[in-house]
Design a protein around this ligand. Structure first.
Ligand code: SF4
Length: 104
């Protein structure tokens, strides 16, 4: 009986901690996406992909920017957002690189 009460207490404690933490998880993710450091144009991956913050300074067709790239994960109205090729960093919505891919 003593073991059963201990298990029950542990379960209730874990459930309570999860219930308290769960509402904050989405907020943490949103905040971290907005606070990502901006990728540098001199970043080795950026150099390899010829990434520029301003697509008009590249040979890219004018309609191609990070904002309409398949790999861009930023909000539609954000100036910067995550890109799958630059984990932990943000690219400019107005930027471009040679890995640009059309959205379906
Ligand atoms: Fe921009 Fe797409 Fe290149 Fe990422 S892969 S830097 S979103 S053009």
């Amino acid at each position: 009986m003593k073991d059963r009460n201990l298990s029950r207490r542990r379960f209730l404690s874990s459930a309570a901690k999860g219930a308290v933490a769960a509402p904050f998880i989405p907020l943490v993710n949103i905040a971290s996406a907005q606070d990502l450091p901006q990728v540098s144009e001199s970043d080795p991956t950026a150099v390899a992909l010829q990434y520029k913050h301003d697509a008009t300074q590249t040979a890219a067709p004018t309609e191609r920017t990070c904002a309409n790239c398949l790999l861009y994960q930023g909000d539609a109205d954000a100036e910067w957002g995550p890109c799958q090729l630059f984990p932990g960093k943000a690219v400019a919505a107005a930027g471009w690189c040679t890995a640009w891919a059309a959205q379906p």
